[in-house]
Design a protein around this ligand. Structure first.
Ligand SMILES: Cc1cc2nc3c(=O)[nH]c(=O)nc-3n(C[C@H](O)[C@H](O)[C@H](O)COP(=O)(O)OP(=O)(O)OC[C@H]3O[C@@H](n4cnc5c(N)ncnc54)[C@H](O)[C@@H]3O)c2cc1C
Length: 384
C-alpha cells in the first residue's frame, strides 16, 4: 500500500487546474488531500490552453461560475499567496456572426447578460470593422462585445499557484497512474499502475475526458468524449495586428494577438467522432479562413500547431457532483473547453460537495444525473 505523509481523507485523480483548484479549496477547509497524476501538475489540457477568460455565456449557471472565477483571478495572488500573478488582462471578446440565427442567439445572450449586470452589447458590422482592423465585413451580420472579458497572460500560473497553496496546507501530489477504483465498506481503494494501492474515504475524479474510462468498470457510463481542437502560433510580431480577441462563431475560428507578440489562431471545428486529424487539411482550413475573415492575417505564418482535446458532454455543460449510488465519489470533469476560466469556482463547488455531501451546492444544469432520462434539456450555445 502507498503511504503519503498524512493519511488523506480525499484523493483527487488529476492534477490539472480543476483537480488543483479543488485541492486548494479543500485544503483551506482543513481537509487532508492527495492529488494523483500519472504525469505531474498541470500536464494535461491545462498545459495547452492559452488562458481565455470570459463571462459571455448563454447559460446562467456557467455565467455565474465564470463571474466568480474572474473575480478570483483578479485577486489571485492575495487569495492564494501565489508567487506569480496570472495577469488577467481585460482585452475584450468580440463574437462575430455570419448567420442570422447566430446573430439572434447573440442578441438573446446579451439581453440575458445585461439583466445580470454584465455590460456586453451588440455591434453592427461597421462598428466591428472599426474595432478589428482588417476585418472583412462583406459576409458578417454583426456581433456582440464585452470589454471585461479577457486573457490570462500567464496561463500556467493558476495551476502552479493552486498547487503551491494546497501543498502549504499539507496537500500532497503523487505521481501514479490510477488503474481502477474499488468500493469498500468505509471508502475507496485506488489501484495504481505500479501495483500499489491506497485507501481513502472520498474520491474526486478530475481526469478530463479520461474520467469516463476510469468509471466504466464501476458500471458508470459517463456521457463524455474527447474532441480534438487545434491552436496555431505565429512567430512574435511587434506591430499590434489584432485587438480584441475575435471569435467567428459560425466559422469556429478565433484569433488573438498574445502579450509575447505571437498571434494565436484557433481552428475549433470539432471533428466527427473517430475521425483522424489530418494536419495539412487543418492548416489549409485555417489559412483559408484567416485570409477570408481578416485581411491582415494573410501576412502571418503559423509555424507551430498544437492539438488538444475538450472533454465534451452532449449538452456541453459540466459534470460536477456525486455520481449514481456510489457514496464518496464526486465528479469534476466535462469542462467542455472552459476549465481554466471556471477553475476557481468549480474547485469551490466540488469542495462544497465533498465536505457537505450535499448535491444542492451544484447548479442543476451541471449535475451528472441530468442525463438519467436521456433527454437533453438545454445546450450551452457559446462553446467554440
Ligand atoms: C485547444 C484548447 C484551447 C483551450 N482554451 C481554453 C481557454 O482559452 N480558456 C479555458 O478556460 N479553457 C480552455 N481550454 C480548456 C482547458 O484546457 C480545460 O478545460 C482544462 O485545462 C481542464 O483542466 P482539467 O484539470 O479538468 O483537465 P486536465 O488539465 O486535462 O488534467 C487532467 C489530468 O488527469 C490526469 N489523468 C488522467 N487519467 C489519469 C489516471 N488514470 N491516473 C492518473 N492521472 C490521470 C492527466 O495526466 C491530466 O494531468 C482549452 C482546451 C484546449 C484543448
Amino acid at each position: 500500500m502507498t503511504t503519503v505523509n498524512n493519511a488523506p481523507e480525499v484523493a483527487i485523480i488529476g492534477a490539472g487546474v480543476t483537480g488543483m483548484a479543488t485541492a486548494w479549496h479543500l485544503s483551506q477547509r482543513g481537509v487532508r488531500v492527495v492529488v494523483i497524476d500519472r504525469v505531474g501538475v498541470g500536464s494535461g489540457m491545462t498545459a495547452i490552453q492559452p488562458g481565455g477568460v470570459r463571462t459571455q455565456w448563454a447559460d446562467n449557471d456557467t455565467f455565474e461560475l465564470a463571474k466568480e472565477s474572474q473575480s478570483f483571478y483578479e485577486n489571485f495572488v492575495e487569495r492564494t499567496g501565489a508567487q506569480k500573478d496570472p495577469e488577467l488582462v481585460h482585452c475584450g471578446y468580440a463574437f462575430v456572426a455570419s448567420k442570422p440565427e447566430t446573430l439572434e442567439a447573440l442578441r438573446a445572450t446579451v439581453k440575458e447578460q445585461n439583466a445580470q449586470g454584465v455590460e456586453s452589447r451588440m455591434l453592427t458590422p461597421d462598428e466591428l470593422a472599426e474595432m478589428v482592423p482588417g476585418l472583412a465585413v462583406d459576409h458578417i451580420l454583426g456581433g456582440s462585445f464585452n470589454g471585461s472579458d479577457g486573457y490570462l497572460n500567464s496561463p500556467g500560473a493558476p495551476v502552479a499557484g493552486f498547487a503551491a497553496g494546497a501543498m502549504r496546507e499539507g496537500a500532497e501530489v503523487l505521481l501514479e497512474a490510477v488503474k481502477s477504483l474499488e468500493r469498500v465498506a468505509d471508502g475507496w481503494v485506488l489501484h495504481f499502475g505500479s501495483g500499489e494501492t491506497m485507501n481513502v474515504k472520498k474520491v474526486v475524479v478530475a481526469a478530463g475526458a479520461e474520467s469516463a474510462k476510469l468509471l466504466a468498470p464501476l458500471g458508470v457510463e459517463l456521457p463524455l468524449v474527447a474532441e480534438p481542437r487545434h491552436l496555431f502560433y505565429s512567430d512574435p510580431i511587434s506591430e499590434r495586428l489584432i485587438e480584441p480577441l475575435v471569435i467567428f462563431q459560425d466559422e469556429h475560428f478565433a484569433v488573438k494577438h498574445l502579450a509575447d507578440g505571437s498571434v494565436l489562431a484557433s481552428d475549433l471545428v470539432p471533428l466527427p467522432e473517430g475521425a483522424v486529424a489530418d494536419e495539412s487539411a487543418i492548416r489549409r482550413d485555417l489559412v483559408a479562413k484567416g485570409n477570408r475573415l481578416i485581411e491582415t492575417l494573410a501576412y502571418v505564418r503559423f509555424p507551430v500547431m498544437v492539438t488538444g482535446y475538450y472533454d465534451v458532454t452532449p449538452d456541453q455543460q459540466l459534470l460536477l457532483g456525486p455520481v449514481g449510488d456510489l457514496p464518496g465519489l464526486v465528479l469534476a470533469c466535462g469542462l467542455n473547453g472552459r476549465g481554466m476560466m471556471l477553475a476557481p469556482a468549480v474547485g469551490r463547488v466540488v469542495a462544497d460537495v465533498v465536505v457537505s455531501g450535499n448535491i444542492e451546492a451544484v447548479p442543476t444544469s451541471m449535475r451528472p444525473d441530468r442525463f438519467a432520462d436521456g433527454v437533453i434539456r438545454k445546450r450551452e450555445q457559446m462553446v467554440i
